[in-house]
Design a protein around this ligand. Sequence first.
Ligand SMILES: [Zn+2]
Length: 187
Amino acid sequence: MRCPKCGSRDDKVIDSRQSRDSSSIRRRRECLKCKYRFTTYEEIERSDLRVVKRDRTHEPFDRRKLATSIAKAFEKRSASLLTLEEMVDEIVHELETSGREVPSSAIGAKVLEKLRRIDEVAYLRYASVHQRFEDVDQFVDAIHTLGRRIKPNALQRELFPPETTQAQSRAAGAGSRGVPNENHGRI
Ligand SMILES: [Zn+2]
């Protein structure tokens, strides 16, 4: 650190302590050349990530907003807060290491990519709210693509009223008969 008095670059740290909330470290330094003492602060670099929205306007990236939108998709699902928190951490880290500006659509894609692995219903909820499908066909395609790889009935219960599900279960015959519908009434 360059000495503010004589400009020498040689100094030693004579004291170092954390701020009360541990978010920064204060170092007391002494210039080796002129003995002048000065203080430096070290703190975490705040993210200056900016989001480019669909209408091409920019806004600062808001972690809380991201966390809220994901939590909404998980409403009444069984994911833990820790899972959510980890997911947000991962996304933020990936975004921060990929550049200073990120299109909102890229954030959405990242969220979807992760939701898909954790909870299919949350995935679809998020997609229906945040991914503007060009038309109904596109949305139906997304459901079908998903439908091919998810656990039987998980999505059905979510998307269709219980009557429909029951009728279809009956029509399908054995399997779900006698098994209580865990999601009943909680959709
Ligand atoms: Zn000096």
